[in-house]
Write a protein that binds this ligand. Structure first.
Ligand SMILES: [Zn+2]
Length: 305
């Protein structure tokens, strides 16, 4: 390296910084419906695109009601990335206010990934929207995000593809790590029970028998019949633990745990990430946190002793 090289690097860096600002200023604005989708979009989009989230971290994506700042964000946006398959019932209000230049992309509905049906409740047999709970499902979202961003911002195509490749690689590694960790749970303990039926894709990916009280958080939840059915099931199966989720009401699973004298663990993070200082601060952390909770409460540690 000759003496001029540091100056050249400095110039290149300055140019990069300036052009990044310029890109930001030309308002490349996209919207993500909730925190998990924002995390995945951000991994592919990088820093040159502004990403606004509709549902704040910690709130229930199923039951969100649009606020005035959401409407303002929609006016400024080029693309809205949402999950689809009924996860966000409020998306119809965004569709109603959208102008012709706004593109709405339902990631789950566009993804090349084998879907499952909702197993219980009012929406039984409809497509289960919670595909991101399997890293392979998240990778299928990344494919759609990459394609959509390239179509809209072709001048950044190479950068999108590079980051999408890195993200797919990281998700494949994550999948492998979770699988190895969960192998520590004995087969007879591989029973996963949650309030909302939001872990079916995770259960399929990692070989768990799965049950939930209700189908999806946007329906009327915790009916007497559903509670009775779950109580009977738990009395027969006696799983090592029951699990509650960060955005579902706690009272139903707590009541079942008391009635059946089974352990209750949580929260699992599914429909939202946590705050930055919480255990599910990004997508991989969310799945690792959930995996550690299952490992601890379903006897993974005992099996390894
Ligand atoms: Zn949900």
């Amino acid at each position: 390296m000759d003496n001029r090289a540091p100056w050249i690097i400095t110039l290149v860096l300055m140019t990069t910084v300036n052009s990044t600002h310029a890109l930001g200023d030309t308002s490349f604005n996209v919207i993500a419906s909730f925190s998990v989708i924002k995390d995945l979009v951000k991994r592919v989009a990088g820093d040159s695109i502004n990403i606004t989230t509709i549902v704040p971290t910690g709130e229930d994506v199923h039951r969100w009601e649009l606020q005035p700042p959401n409407a303002l964000a929609v006016e400024e946006a080029d693309i809205v990335f949402y999950n689809g398959y009924g996860l966000e019932p409020w998306i119809r209000h965004i569709e109603a206010m959208a102008n012709d230049s706004l593109t709405l992309i339902a990631l789950a509905e566009s993804a090349n990934y084998e879907t499952l049906a909702i197993p219980v409740g009012h929406y039984k047999d409809s497509t289960d929207p919670h595909m991101w709970m399997d890293p392979k499902g998240a990778a299928a979202y990344v494919d759609v995000i990459e394609k959509t961003l390239i179509e809209h911002y072709p001048e950044q195509a190479d950068a999108f593809t590079t980051r999408a490749d890195e993200t797919r690689e990281a998700l494949a590694q994550l999948d492998h790590q979770l699988s190895e960790r969960l192998e520590g749970i004995p087969h007879t303990n591989r029973m996963l029970t949650t309030s909302e039926a939001s872990m079916a894709y995770f259960a399929r990916a990692y070989d768990f028998e799965y049950a939930a009280i209700w189908g999806i958080g946007s329906e009327t939840i915790g009916s007497a019949q559903a509670m009775e059915a779950m109580s009977m099931r738990l009395s027969q199966k006696r799983p090592p633990a029951l699990f509650y989720e960060s955005t579902s009401p706690y009272i139903h699973m707590d009541a079942l745990a008391r009635e059946t004298e089974l352990a209750l663990a949580g929260p699992l993070y599914i429909d939202t990430l946590s705050d930055a200082d919480g255990p599910a601060y990004n997508y991989p952390a969310m799945l690792r946190h959930n995996t550690e909770l299952l490992h601890e409460y379903l006897g993974g540690a005992r099996a390894e002793e």
